[in-house]
Ligand binder design. Structure first.
Ligand code: PHE
Length: 336
């Protein structure tokens, strides 16, 4: 139905109305009781509540756009009776092709924020230029720890461009005592070769939950819920043990994509499983560094790539496409 809405919008915005007769034809075709917009509203009544949720807003928007298009054409014709019949009138206002839209990464971020909001997570943000302590030291990276090499860093004199949103965890824990339940979206930077799969900047969403008695089971259930909401009911997940200096134990979570298509085989390197995030129980040293008593409180953290989620969700195979600002790509996300 979204496709139909977008097609109809295209047709409408491409319609040329230069006189009263054409105006009336437009009204009959698109805005009358039997017009195309109403036909879509009738179809809308029949569809399932989930799809309704998705298409309700774009459909209403389409109706408003069509009405606006009609009103503008009418005004133009009425105020410009003589020239309305001319083939070309250079004084007519320029037509903008539809309205703007959210960038797909922002739309995905909004969706994730909504999912975690429903579990009681609030949003926090931190600065993109960080000091070494917030980005590394407080997160239990030793000065000469090889884990620093995991994240090639851009330096700005003594500061760094943050390599992950985990730095925001530190800022928040330094500010507030538990219970803390936060998600932290933002842009991060890594000094890496740019390719179809990695960029020198990208976006992450960090999660943090600190309270008395928080366990790995809470972490698994939270992430399991998120996957069902975001990728669809029945999506399988698995956890593999991993290493991060700031979590212990640490894990990476994969989702099951399968190997049905050549694209799935490529994406999963033939395994059917795709890594989507890193997570673990917050290391006691990290809590201590933030003056949170690690003998009383425990918690979990996770971090995922928003660009990656966007690519997965919409089948985009080159991360660089997301930053070209090419309207041919962006306009496909109108109505999100
Ligand atoms: N900061 C890690 C990364 O950028 C992700 C992560 C966040 C892992 C929180 C565990 C806990 O790769």
């Amino acid at each position: 139905m979204l496709d139909q809405i977008n097609q109809l919008r295209d047709t409408i915005t491409k319609t040329v109305i230069s006189n009263a007769a054409e105006l009336e034809v437009f009204r009959l075709d698109f805005l009358s009781k039997k017009g195309f917009v109403n036909v879509l509203f009738e179809a809308f009544r029949e569809i399932s509540p989930e799809i309704k949720k998705e298409v309700g807003k774009p459909l209403n928007l389409l109706k408003r756009e069509a009405e606006l298009f009609f009103e503008e054409a009418r005004e133009r014709i009425e105020t410009n009776q003589e020239s309305a019949f001319d083939a070309f009138d250079s004084s007519l206002p320029v037509y903008l092709n539809g309205v703007g839209s959210l960038h797909p990464i922002k739309a995905v971020e909004n969706r994730l924020v909504a999912i975690f909001n429903s579990l009681g997570f609030d949003i926090s943000e931190g600065p993109e230029i960080e000091d070494d302590w917030h980005n590394f030291g407080a997160l239990n990276f030793d000065d000469d720890h090889p884990a620093r090499d995991m994240q090639d860093t851009f330096f700005i004199s003594t500061d760094v461009l943050r390599t992950h949103t985990s730095s925001v965890q530190i800022r928040e824990m330094r500010k507030k005592q538990p219970p803390l339940r936060l998600i932290m979206p933002g842009r991060v930077y890594r000094n890496e070769a740019v390719s179809s799969r990695s960029n020198c900047f990208f976006h992450q969403l960090e999660g943090l939950y600190i309270d008395k008695g928080v366990t790995f089971a809470d972490l698994k259930q939270t992430l399991y819920y998120f996957v069902q909401q975001f990728f669809g009911d029945g999506t399988e997940v698995r956890f593999r043990s991993s290493y991060f200096p700031f979590t212990e134990p640490s894990a990476e979570m994969d989702i099951w994509v399968g190997t049905a298509t050549p694209e799935d085989v490529r994406l999963t390197k033939g395994t059917g499983w795709l890594e989507v995030l890193g997570c673990g129980m917050v290391h006691p040293n990290v809590l201590d560094n933030c003056d949170i008593d690690s003998t009383i409180y425990t918690g979990f953290a996770f971090g995922m790539g928003l660009d990656r989620m966007t690519m997965l969700k919409y089948g985009i195979s080159d991360i660089r496409d997301l930053f070209l600002n090419d309207t041919r790509l962006l306009s496909q996300f109108r109505g999100l």
